[in-house]
Design a protein around this ligand. Structure first.
Ligand code: FAD
Length: 345
């Protein structure tokens, strides 16, 4: 019933980097808001990344607004270190974050109705900061369901030891695939398959590379074009582990297979390969299914976004989407979204 609906001016969805930065600016401006996050604990996507992954950009540049992040400049933070900093941050600013609360849908004319798995909210605007980690992408390949071995996505990968002595097929041509292949190949026999020949570049991606990508992605989302993978802009960064794996001869890619059989993979050429596990390092898509009732997608297939403002619905702001889908750029996007959200009141 209507009386069960909590009313607030702004609902922010998601408490990763983008949601926390938004919450900081909302609080600073004295806004009437709440943050809804489906996780059990602070950290956003970073509480779920695999064991060896490290943040490329230095803490000094990737920290949230306000609170200092006391790590040495050249220390690349791990998942637990990022999550720990986020936890300190939430506490330090006493941010109004409710969890675990999963938003199921956002709909309505006039005021927005935000439906969740634990209570509903009415809001004038929504700042959406749901990231991509909750929407892993796996291509559909004939025979997938028949495979008797283990299939998993990057999102649930943790360490190479789980695959000791096995034959693992690693699928994907991005940075996650290359980094995971490099380490899994130290414990298991591996076969790498990619849709296109992998684009291995010079060094690991730097902060400067990420900034350059931002401008190109911004152009695409202003035009409402569907997003492309980060690797299509940057290529695969050669980390030390990737270079070592190249020297061991494991970074050799085969074309994507055509079918999956109960025991492995098969190409239309007739070639087959037995496998114990298929590791889908095939990326993520923006986690936006809860916004479907608002029909935000335009004719070009993507959502038209002008500096966090959704062209199709002035009540919705996307932070951590497209050009701001990185730690270094979500900060500024959050500040802009909050300014716009409060100035339309
Ligand atoms: P997230 O951290 O994913 O937070 C979103 C939050 O919203 C999560 O808690 C999620 O559970 C929650 N949520 C989702 N859907 C709902 C819902 N319906 N209801 C309620 N809550 C919901 N960027 C850099 O700048 N430098 C790097 O070195 C770098 N390395 C990376 C390495 C990896 C492996 C990955 C995956 C990303 C990396 N990035 C890097 C990109 C950057 O980490 C992400 O863009 C950023 O962390 C995403 O922050 P976010 O707040 O947008 O999303």
């Amino acid at each position: 019933t209507l009386s069960d609906v909590n009313s607030v001016d702004i609902v922010a969805i998601g408490a990763g980097q983008a949601g926390l930065a938004s919450a900081y600016y909302l609080q600073r401006e004295g806004a009437d808001f709440v943050v809804l996050d489906r996780q059990m604990a602070p950290g956003g996507a970073w509480q779920q990344v695999w064991r060896s992954v490290r943040l490329v950009s230095p803490p000094l540049y990737t920290r949230l607004p306000g609170l200092a992040w006391d790590l040495p400049f050249h220390h690349p933070p791990s998942g637990p270190e990022v999550s720990g900093y986020f936890a300190d941050y939430e506490k330090h600013y006493a941010l109004p974050i409710q969890r675990p609360v999963r938003v199921r849908s956002v709909s309505g004319d006039g005021r927005l109705l935000v439906r969740t798995d634990s209570g509903d909210w009415s809001a004038r605007t929504v700042i959406n900061a749901t990231g991509t980690w909750d929407h892993p992408f796996v291509p559909s390949v004939p025979g997938m369901a028949s495979f008797l071995g283990r299939q998993l996505h990057t999102a649930s990968y943790d360490t190479p030891e789980e695959f000791a002595g096995q034959h693992v097929v690693v699928v994907g041509g991005g940075n996650s695939a290359a980094q995971i292949l490099a380490e899994v190949s130290t414990a298991a026999r591996t076969t790498w398959v990619t849709r296109r020949p992998p684009d291995l570049r010079g060094g690991p991606a730097t902060e400067k590379d990420l900034v350059a990508v931002t401008d190109q992605v911004d152009e695409r989302v202003r035009a409402g074009l569907p997003l492309r993978s980060v690797v299509s802009y940057t290529g695969i960064g050669r980390t030390d582990a990737v270079v070592a794996a190249e020297a061991r001869g494991v970074m050799v890619a085969h074309p994507l297979f055509d079918r999956i059989t109960p025991t492995g993979i098969a190409w239309n050429s007739g070639e087959t390969l037995a496998a114990d596990a298929i590791l889908w390092c095939t990326g993520f898509r923006p986690a936006l299914s809860h916004l479907a009732p608002l029909h935000l997608r335009g004719p070009a297939g993507g959502i038209v976004v002008d500096d966090t403002r959704v062209a199709a619905d002035p009540r919705i702001f996307l932070v951590g989407y497209g050009p701001s889908a990185s730690l270094i750029s979500s900060h500024r996007a959050a500040r802009h979204a909050v300014t716009y959200a409060l100035s339309t009141a």
